[in-house]
Ligand binder design. Sequence first.
Ligand code: COI
Length: 344
Amino acid sequence: MTVATARLGFGVTFTDHMVVANWSQATGWTPLSLTRNAPLSLHPAAMSLHYGQAIFEGLKAYRQPDGTAALFTPHRNAERFARSAARLAMPQLPPDAFIEACELLVRADAEAIPGGFGQSLYLRPFMIATEASLGVRAATEYLFAVIASPVDHFFASGAAAIDVWCESRHSRAASGGTGEAKCAGNYAGSMPAKAAAVARGCHEVLWLDAAEGNWVEELSAMNFFCVRQPAGDQPELLTPPLGGTILHGSTRAALLTLAGDHGVKVTERPIALAELLDPDSPITEAFACGTAATVVPIGGFASENGQRRLPTEGVGPVTTMMLEALMAIQYGRSPDTHRWMHRV
Ligand code: COI
């Protein structure tokens, strides 16, 4: 499949191949197998359908200036996948096998990697319980697979700023729960709040902590950053600390490093909702980040307790610098000094 550099959307078309492996308690993992992308055959009692043993990852292959492809920090995804599996009592896929599966698929579908700046081949590795049983326990059989989709921007609006609804009725994750696992159920639980946010004219939900409903956590599929810059001071980049309820984003980790490279002070600390909503707050910019979305400016916050538009409408100098610096590395336009790009 060859992809023209027209508008691709996000995750709506898929490449010709997939990579699969199966695990059973009796025999462990089968070798990885490259096959045609085709519907899966599942028993209606497959345990993932009933009890939610389903985890996934998202990573991208980027076309490099010399025509080759490179994955962005796949080892981080492999490690997070293993941690998600452990949290849901699923078998561990060795990180080397995870990366090899991604490489196999990128090589097989190399022609489908779009060439436009901002476009990429999004890989979706996932694992589901396949054992047919209604017993409430960890399954003894699983399927691991990787599929791929040529994509451009995650939001239909492109890189334009989004407005977020600060959710106080539902919560995404509680201490001791599955918040830092990338499991399907976390996303299902976020959907009513997302639909309500969209009905209020917002694009996304900003989740608050479950205990007090006071501290900013993350968006449904992205980590959160903001910039604090009292008049006359240097900007400081803030993001909530990872405390078990927030996803360990690979984009988040890269941006923390990149900010340091560019001389921007970074602080991981709790951020109160009131700090974002206060009209006199020195928070001047905010953005969301993730593999799918890269860096998306946030233009304003709305909540039960009021709303606030950011002075820069989100698209401020630090947000712009972060986005440009990250994309320049991903697309091979600036030196990969941290060795984040994994050539395939
Ligand atoms: C990603 O950024 O890869 C994510 O996992 C978000 C996804 C749910 C679209």
